[in-house]
Ligand binder design. Structure first.
Ligand code: COA
Length: 228
């Protein structure tokens, strides 16, 4: 499955998204953005540039001024007023999604290499119930998911939760603070936030999202719609 299809399956149609073009990984940004990666190693510079150029292209296409996309209290992008979005990069793929705040409260997007989690981190990412469910999926669906890195999908879904949750609550959830149930037959997942921020600005106890897998990558996306 090409990378466009991978992402098309998980990102709603009314969200604007783009895969970074090859030139975007290497071309320096403006002074303010370059200052954020002044001391970074080359790999970090290149992924940051890809994400920022890609975001600029998306906002340009919408006629929105976004000359410098700086960061907030952590590494979360400081999106232009009235917009939300998400950035993800992994070796060989960088994707950015943006949408108007009038429609969505927050977006979390994540791409990862399609390789399994190493045994030593599995227990840090997936609780025993999640691991049991993954084994059940492999048993139920047989060959289709026998070698699919579903544990990496859980990891990706949790990264997407963080990118959705943090901008609204300025709180970092631990990987075991959310419990994921994958629905392998239709590429969706449900998440329960089992240990939320005690006094959240935005109360979120459940999130749902979509995931997809191709030969090289796994991807996940969560969009939190505005109420009413
Ligand atoms: C921040 C984090 C999610 C990045 O994930 P990653 O797979 O290493 O990298 P990705 O390329 O997918 O994502 C990086 C991008 O996420 C965005 N991002 C970083 N911190 C963020 C935050 N707190 N909120 C929203 N977006 C954030 C940034 O745009 C960043 O790219 P940039 O620095 O070039 O702008 C991860 O390193 C992390 O800290 N995770 C711990 C928290 C967590 O995931 N908990 C699980 C909750 S269930």
């Amino acid at each position: 499955m090409p990378n466009n299809d991978l992402l098309e399956r998980i990102i709603p149609r009314d969200v604007f998204w783009k895969i970074a073009e090859p030139w975007m990984w290497q071309t320096p940004l403006n002074t303010e953005e370059e200052a954020l990666i002044e001391k970074a190693v080359d790999k970090r510079k290149s992924e940051f540039r890809a994400g920022r150029h890609c975001a600029h292209a998306l906002f340009n296409a919408q006629g929105i001024a976004c000359n410098a996309l700086l960061k907030g209290v952590q590494r979360e992008p400081a999106w232009p007023q009235g917009w939300v979005g998400s950035i993800s990069h992994t070796k060989g793929l960088c994707v950015v999604a943006i949408a108007p705040k009038s429609r969505y409260q927050s977006i979390g997007l994540d791409v990862e290499q399609a390789t399994p989690l190493s045994a030593d981190v599995l227990d840090l990412i997936c609780n025993p119930q999640e691991q049991d469910r993954l084994n059940a999926i492999k048993f139920r669906h047989g060959n289709e998911f026998a070698s699919a890195p579903l544990d990496k999908v859980i990891f990706s879904a949790k990264e997407s939760i963080h990118k959705t949750y943090f901008p609204l609550n300025h709180h970092t959830l631990d990987f075991l603070d959310a419990q994921i149930a994958l629905e392998a037959s239709n590429g969706t997942f449900e998440a329960i936030i089992v240990n939320p921020e005690p006094r959240p600005r935005t109360c979120i106890d459940r999130l749902s999202g979509r995931f997809s897998i191709n030969r090289d990558f796994v991807a996940s996306c969560i969009v939190l719609e505005q109420q009413g």
